[in-house]
Ligand binder design. Sequence first.
Ligand SMILES: *Cc1c(COP(=O)(O)O)cnc(C)c1O
Length: 360
Amino acid sequence: MSRIYNFSAGPAMLPEDVMKQAAMEMTDWHGSGMSVMEMSHRGKEFVSIAQKAESDLRELMSIPDHYTVLFLQGGASSQFAMVPMNLLKGKKRADYINTGAWSKKAIAEAEHYCQVNVAASGASDNFTSIPEESEWSLSADAAYVHYTPNETIGGVEFHWIPDTGTVPLVADMSSTILSRPIDVSRYGVIYAGAQKNIGPAGLTIVIIREDLIGNEMAATPTMFKYSAMAKAGSMYNTPPTYSWYMAGLVFEWIRKRGGLEKMAETNKNKADKLYAAIDNSKFYNNPVDMKCRSWMNVPFTLAKPDLDSIFLEQAKAAGLVTLKGHRSVGGMRASIYNAMPAEGVDALISFMETFERENA
Ligand SMILES: *Cc1c(COP(=O)(O)O)cnc(C)c1O
């Protein structure tokens, strides 16, 4: 069985070279006689793996020294609670930008801990665009501003960074981290579940400005305190060692391919081609405002929705899988993260053209 093109939104494709290397090292990592899975997280072998992964990530993203990088568990969804628990620092209010499904989840969780001011919402046009920053109503006393740079389900992405002045900016970058260079210094906290663009599920990366660590809400569980995790080098308890190792291999893979500038170039090309194919056809449609179309997740519908299941069946037969749209929006969605080769996008486009010719 050969590899297929998997357009899953997450867990998503991993680079084939990374998996081959992991397979080679599976039972005996670098002559240690052990699998990484069997290593003590405090032993010198794993500590070297962990440190290399962190320093490679720092280099890739140009993370300034006054930022701490955490390798946690619990997914981005745990961050929905950890962010308010750690960042409110006695304040009562936080600002949230609502651009779709993941924003809404972050908001619902934060409402357990503070007054959420939804400073801007894309609801009026069904979350197909991002409200202009000039229309946002940020509160003066907000502890932080939270937004979702890429809405994985709606396919809506910020191609700019909000300016929140001295109020810390918090970003759920789960589905866009490492897709392009970003200026980390503009952020208070960046977090991301690994299973989209970093590595296997089970790992959550948090990048946090040092001065924001500490002074958590009194009832914050130790496992949810950035301070406890920072102090212990993300090893307050057993970290997700194998996912951490795999993430490290992915960071190395990105470095070898030319870093985030190169990722951005490739990702933009892939996305541009796919959107052009959709826009040039009368059969496929993407509803998202051109200015904020996602490079990573491309939802599209067929002019004849009763053909959806046949489209999916024939795509699968052509080696193109997991194209079904999220149950909340229907239609199709092609997730084209870093590990999706340009050839995969080309194959999808050519399949779509054939399908249109035969069925339109
Ligand atoms: C996938 C995703 C999540 C949820 O991540 P988990 O790691 O499953 O908790 C949250 N936010 C965004 C933007 C996502 O894409």
